[in-house]
Design a protein around this ligand. Structure first.
Ligand code: FMN
Length: 177
């Protein structure tokens, strides 16, 4: 088996859980993005990057995007972990917004994470409260999937993480490896 590494950026642990499950299934090395350099990543043939979604952006994905020249020739896979339902249109939007500049063809996977306002750090908690106030004023028919989910989940802790979701990504990485 050729060398694979799983790298992740996770604020509250959902992405970390998926990264650990994936690394275990692939018998790959595992790093938090804060603890790995591009030079280290160059030692691998396959890189799986995962990040939590914050206001539509995949946290830390610039590690891959900005270093596309240094990582040229690697097999790259990206997954994102968000609180909203795996809605096809929303997934397409996340992909379009985050995987540009040469990453358009990178295989992309979305996994559902969790949401617990009580566990969030103050800036995130304040941002969520502000967002909720704004969303409550909006016409229900004008809400996007993520906004609707956010209103539905507000105030309660939810955790949708499941190791069963990683199958398609693991199979794609194993294919041709
Ligand atoms: C300020 C803030 C913004 C968020 N924005 C989104 C979003 O745009 N789409 C989404 O699906 N989830 C969003 N979430 C939910 C996170 O993606 C979710 O909690 C995920 O599990 C976080 O993963 P992590 O704990 O690995 O960082 C947001 C959460 C916070 C606190």
């Amino acid at each position: 088996m050729k060398k694979t590494v799983v790298v992740y950026t996770s604020k509250y642990g959902s992405t970390e859980k998926y990264a650990k499950w994936i690394a275990e299934a692939l018998q790959a090395d595992l790093f938090a993005s804060s603890g790995v350099s591009v030079e280290q990543l160059q030692n691998y043939e396959t890189i799986v990057y995962g990040g939590g979604i914050y206001a539509g952006g995949i946290k830390g994905v610039s590690l891959i995007r900005k270093n596309d020249a240094a990582l040229a020739g690697k097999r790259i896979f990206v997954f994102a972990v968000g609180a909203s339902q795996p809605d096809e249109e929303a997934i397409h939007e996340i992909r379009k917004r985050n995987l540009q500049g040469g990453l358009e063809q990178v295989p992309f996977y979305y996994f559902r994470g969790g949401f617990d306002v009580e566990r969030m750090k103050l800036p995130d908690r304040l941002m969520v409260r502000m967002l909720l106030r704004m969303l409550r004023k909006k016409d229900a028919s004008a809400l996007s999937g993520w906004e609707r989910d956010m209103l539905d989940n507000a105030g309660q802790a939810v955790d949708f993480t499941s190791p069963e979701l990683i199958g398609p990504l693991v199979q794609a990485v194993e294919h041709d490896n």
